[in-house]
Write a protein that binds this ligand. Structure first.
Ligand code: FEO
Length: 405
């Protein structure tokens, strides 16, 4: 796709990856983009590079604007390979360019490339680079979401290059939020934002809030936010900032996700009265079978819902493997502000429900105990118990949800 001028003399020169469906284990049914930006000023400056596979796309894009050997500065906001693996190619074309990067970023690049002949300028929060008409101010954002991460603010353009933050995995011919909403829908965009946040940024909510607060205290006026994935926020950049604050504060729908797996359908049968009980308390409910659903989809549904019931059969006295894997993955994302319960069938000695609650407590999530275990297949009496437990769980979800309003 052709380059797009996003501000006077500042161009999107990135690549659209329509085909990627597995982004290091995170499913991307809508593909993604690797955004990078070229500032055509007295000193030509490239902000972020591109995934190695797409280096030709970015180089051709740059060539359509200027001779790439004229690049004087390369800002590396983040070294993860989806943005920086194309750097060696850029440096082979512009060998005299200076790389502006955090000290942790430099250490990371040293592990990935032979950097011995590259020029570096290590930057910290508040450091600036004058490219001519424009002034770039760097803002370190460690652990947002890697130790090396930073953002770059273009003072005169009121433009924030935010690297991964505020991104979305959306391959689209639209470059801006308002274009996309017109061509597709607000719903798709909102979903993409939450999906991205849940799977990548969930552990860093408090850090995000502090960083947004820092930006606001610096008095930086933001007219546009240009992330490294997906759409550029030009219509309402304040709105995406507020969305991130809300997500960090634990915003969720008043709904329940039932996430389960099953061996011989007994645990699955338990989901039916559970759904009915939740619905009869007036709460929406979605059901996800783990072996039929990509992990990242189940993570997003968990994050969208205030309450979650985890269902697992007992296998060899512990959790069923897919459920154990899911809960381990979830624990790494450090979820907050959610309320949990567990259910499952067992044959001769239980264990799965007990283990699920142990995991919830390790994650410091609210729980409704003791959950439900049924022997082999649920009887009518077990189904009635599931139904009553679901109603009680739904009432607790409503009560807990009200503390966030
Ligand atoms: Fe899009 Fe952390 O890389």
């Amino acid at each position: 796709m052709k380059t797009v001028e996003i501000k006077p003399n500042i161009y999107w020169v990135g690549a659209i990856d329509w085909a990627v469906r597995d982004f290091h284990g995170y499913v991307t049914p809508n593909g993604t983009t690797y955004n990078n930006y070229l500032i055509m000023d007295d000193e030509v400056t490239l902000v972020d590079t591109v995934k190695y596979d797409f280096k030709r796309v970015t180089i051709e894009n740059i060539k359509s604007i200027c001779d790439p050997s004229k690049i004087k500065n390369v800002v590396i906001n983040h070294i993860e390979p989806d943005h920086a693996s194309g750097l060696a190619k850029i440096m082979s074309i512009a060998p005299d360019a200076t790389i502006y990067i955090t000290s942790k970023g430099k250490k990371g690049l040293d592990r990935h490339f032979d950097t011995s002949n590259w020029n570096f300028k290590i930057v910290k929060t508040g450091d600036t680079l004058k490219t001519g008409k424009y002034t770039l101010t760097f803002l370190e954002t460690p652990m947002l979401h890697w130790p090396d991460s930073m953002m770059t603010y273009v003072n005169e353009a009121k433009l924030l290059f935010s690297q991964d933050a505020f991104g979305q995995h959306l391959a689209t011919s639209s470059r801006f939020d308002d274009d996309f909403i017109e061509c597709a829908s607000q719903f798709e965009l909102d979903h993409a934002v939450v999906d991205y946040y849940a799977n990548i940024l969930m552990p860093f909510g408090q850090l995000i809030k502090r960083k947004i607060d820092e930006v606001q205290k610096l008095g930086l006026e933001i007219d546009m936010i240009a992330p490294d994935h997906g759409l550029i926020w030009r219509k309402e950049p304040d709105k995406i900032l507020q969305t991130y604050i809300d997500l960090a504060d634990g915003k969720a729908d008043l709904s329940v996700a039932i996430i389960y797996d099953t061996m011989w359908h007994s645990t699955e049968l338990m989901t039916l009265p559970l759904v009915q009980g939740i619905k009869d308390e007036g709460i929406d409910c979605k059901v996800i079978k783990l072996r039929a659903t990509p992990m990242s989809v189940a993570i997003t549904q968990f994050w969208k819902s205030r309450g979650c019931l985890i269902g697992s059969p007992t296998l060899n006295n512990i959790l069923y493997p897919s459920v154990a894997e899911y809960l381990t993955h979830l624990r790494g994302l450090r979820p907050k502000n959610r309320i949990m319960g567990a259910f499952g069938s067992y044959g001769w000695g239980g264990g799965a429900v007990r283990d699920a609650y142990e995991e919830f407590k390790r994650m410091k999530l609210e729980v409704v105990e003791p959950g439900i275990q049924v022997n082999y297949k649920p009887s009518q009496e077990d189904e009635d118990t599931c139904y009553e437990f679901a109603r009680e769980f739904a009432r607790k979800v409503k009560e807990y949800h009200s503390t966030f309003e």
